[in-house]
Design a protein around this ligand. Structure first.
Ligand code: ASP
Length: 442
């Protein structure tokens, strides 16, 4: 069994929906996980925010515009009158329900129910389209099997039992379509796996089914060696290890949801990143096998806050780090980078929800300095910290204002903290020296 996930752009236009049909129509049995059509989740989030702000007019305007896009797509996609009528009725009910939500009390469950509609719409439309085209496909509702536990981790036992039950009830299909991103929480309420979570859905399903391979189809030909939004001449990377992919996904490479490789890594199920717009391109294959050496890729993550915690009493004292970590633990705030000196600790976080409370607690025993608008630039490659060319990196960076460096935390990663205003220049400089110029680093 294969699991194929298609992102928002892949199902975001009539042309691309037809392309996806061709890609999946190869006679192999598969599960197809779909995102919402591109722009839909953002629009639904905005809609939900307007409801929270009791901006009813703006909220209604937002979904009217969205509904018009759906009407147009349906008109172009369906020639079968019965199926077209069925899809129009379904989409109409979804938008009617959204409309009635406008004047209700805004809660987390309401928000999650609203943002779930994108995947519910795309999968309904796509499954009926496949039916029109004569493909043997079944829609398996994700809310009938995908659930997270109290710690927001996939409830694998529940997922396996229920997914198998659904397969057994629909044994004759070739293609099983389901929603990415959405799930139930431990209380049985609608929830989700966070933005971009459809990738994670695909690998959770892949692991449960012990799939041959999980394919993530997007609009770029795999992981690139630098961020193509900021740097020219980036190249797709053909092979990555799970470790390398996990570091890149976490530290900013937008192509993959950070948790994607977790479910499949221990089972050694390959993850292949493919481009719907260029299906013949190799893409990136992520496995346990290590390929190449030296710096393989560079990625950047914004919205980082650096916290410097300084205590005169840290000198020769023990237990200082424990005290600090306990505070972050209590506020469920994870730390990304950390460096220490004898009298101070600098660390970074990306979730500032509890920053004020954390600062207040830290200030009881230390002085605290906070720097916002920082970016982590992450360099990834198998055992890069031992590579003979890696020290040259510091020469390259001599005129970049680096606030922190994490070197040696893992063998595959070097992280630099810079002001976001210096990010572009740093990425471009690294690109020139690492991948283009005289071979400072192979
Ligand atoms: N539709 C969701 C989002 O835009 C999930 C996904 O696309 O993976 O974040």
């Amino acid at each position: 069994m294969l699991v194929l996930k298609f992102g928002g752009t892949s199902v975001g236009s009539v042309e691309n929906i037809i392309t996806v049909k061709h890609i999946i129509n190869d006679g192999n049995r598969k599960v197809v996980v779909l995102s919402a059509m591109s722009g839909t989740t953002n629009a639904l989030v905005t809609f939900s925010e307007y409801i929270a702000e009791t901006e009813s007019e703006k909220a209604l305007q937002c979904i009217t515009t969205l509904q018009a896009l759906y009407s147009e797509t349906i008109q172009q996609l369906f020639s079968n009158h019965i199926l077209k009528t069925e899809v129009i009725a379904y989409v109409g009910t979804v938008f009617k329900t959204l409309e009635t939500a406008v004047n209700t009390k805004h809660t987390l469950v309401l928000h999650n129910t609203i943002v779930a509609q994108g995947e519910l719409l795309s999968t309904f439309i796509f499954s009926r389209f496949l039916q029109q085209e004569g493909l043997n496909a079944r829609l398996l509702p994700a809310l009938d099997f995908m659930r997270i536990d109290k710690n927001n981790e996939p409830d694998n036992f529940y997922i396996k039992q229920n997914l198998n039950r659904l397969f057994n009830a629909n044994p004759e299909a070739d293609i099983y379509i389901t929603q990415g991103f959405i799930c139930l929480d431990a209380e049985g309420e609608i929830s989700n796996l966070n933005r971009g979570g459809s990738d994670y859905t695909a690998t959770i399903i892949g692991a449960v089914l012990e799939a041959e391979e999980v394919q993530i189809w997007t609009d770029i030909d795999g992981f690139h060696n630098n961020d193509p939004r900021f740097v020219n001449n980036t190249k797709a990377i053909s092979n990555l290890s799970f470790d390398e992919a996990a570091e890149l996904a976490y530290f900013g490479a937008k192509i993959l949801h950070p948790q994607t490789v977790m479910p499949v890594r221990a089972l050694d199920i390959p993850v292949r990143l493919k481009n719907t717009m260029a299906p013949e391109a190799h893409g990136t294959l992520i496995t346990n096998t290590i390929h190449g050496e030296g710096i393989k890729a560079i990625a950047a993550k914004d919205n980082i806050t650096a916290i410097k915690i300084k205590s005169a009493r840290m000198l020769l004292a023990h237990g200082f780090l424990k005290k600090i970590f306990e505070i972050f633990e209590r506020y469920e705030t994870s730390i990304d980078m950390i460096t220490t000196s004898e009298i101070a600790v600098s660390l970074t976080i990306d979730n500032t929800t509890y920053l004020d409370a954390i600062t207040e607690e830290l200030e009881r025993f230390a002085t605290v300095e906070i720097d916002n608008y920082m970016s982590i630039i992450c360099l990834v490659g198998n055992t890069i910290i031992y590579h003979p060319d890696t020290p040259n990196l510091f020469q390259v960076l001599q005129d970049v204002n680096v606030r922190m460096i994490a070197y040696g935390g893992s063998n595959n990663n070097i992280s630099l903290l810079v002001n976001t205003s210096d990010k572009l220049e740093t990425l471009q400089k690294l690109q020139r020296y690492v991948f283009e110029a005289e071979p400072i680093v192979v």
